[in-house]
Ligand binder design. Sequence first.
Ligand SMILES: [Zn+2]
Length: 491
Amino acid sequence: MTGGSQGAGYRPVIGLEVHAQLLTHSKMFCGCDARYSGARPNSHVCPVCLGLPGALPVINRAALEQTLMVATALNCRVPETSRFDRKNYPYPDIPKGYQISQYAAPLGRAGHLDIFHADGPDRVGIIRVHLEEDTGKTMHSVLDGRPVSLVDYNRSGVPLLEIVSEPCIHSPDAARRYFAGLREVLVYLGVNSGDMEEGVLRADVNVSLSRGAHPGAKVEIKNLNSFRAVTRALEFEIDRQAALLEAGGQVAQETRGWDEGQEETVSQRSKEYAEDYRYFPEPDLPALTVSPERVEEIRRTLPELPAARRARYVDSAGLSPYEAEVITQDPALASLFDETLSLQPPGGSKAVANWIMGELLRLLHEAAVPLEASNISPRGLSGLLRLLGDGTITNAQAKIVFARMFETGAEADEIVRREGLAQIADTDELAATVRRVLAENEALVRDYVEKGGKTEGPLIGKVMAATGGRANAALVRELIRSLLSPEATAQ
Ligand SMILES: [Zn+2]
């Protein structure tokens, strides 16, 4: 939060409505393929998702299951009966003239998500989790010199989850952490790709500034599809409202949009008159019944969630909270960690974590690919750590081997054999090289002797360079010490 609003004694009150597309094969109420990314406009449509007269919706069972998983993972109460309602509003991207959504009886109520930071967890209350259908997409273009609006219904009817938080968040940073935590849970459950650039996860945020017991007018900012946009839009809005209030003005209750280029919120429509969606129960669909036994079964079969995994890494694997956080950011990375560790001798967790957080993340970042697209496997990483642990290769060589594994998927020992990478641990062979390096670097040797052996680093570096990084560093240090010891130099 920025200075102005704090100085004036205003407290931001923030809530988020997050929309997440579910990863089902077909759409919410018809058999059309829900995976429309890159498809020709209006190629994934049928009478149901085009809203043609007489077409009847059928509930997608997978979408229902996924929603129940999310509701359970977010500690929601799942009522035995829930139902769909019609939300009426006239928009070109809603072909029926209404959206099928859940209003009066959602699938999940009164849950929470704990978000972690340096001071421990912060609990964000969740009012509801409900299921609805996504809208089509309107685009504005120019055709034959005239402005036209085009609409693509491929997205129309894709299952959409809405997760509404309590207005209990008090800073843009906490809002970002909550959104990120929610994304993590959805990705871990395998119900959303988390690919925010594709628009599969978007947030509407609402924010007001309260002063003492006086609540402020609520402003909603629609359609934010990155963590940065959530943070920046809230920062901007808090400053804007604080400046207005300090100048004696009033904040209008309204809906605003976020202009990414200008980095500012812009007024879209006034909320003076609350929208009247004329909700009523969807007559074409039956009510939903979910037994407590079914909810219990879903709870039992949920995968380990990121927060639990982080706690396990800190408590039983001995990782720092930071290491645990980096490794759990992607379920694929966490699986690699778990599976590699299971192939290692006990106590190897730090080494496994270091390789994942260091070389692996660096190479993935450079190649701009997800872990699944690389050739690194638990078996491969474990093989590399074994060669490093028994001294067959040096740390510098291990990095080369790892890069080859990343490219080709070959086993570590095969790469070492093929490229002649094994380290020089033969004392006689190394001693000859160390003698030569000492003879060639008189100044460094003088410095070493004068400072009583405190400057061995540059000499070790010279030997490593002379051997192409293949020398056993511990042995080199030992050789330098003995060759330059007072007894040896006195002779
Ligand atoms: Zn369809």
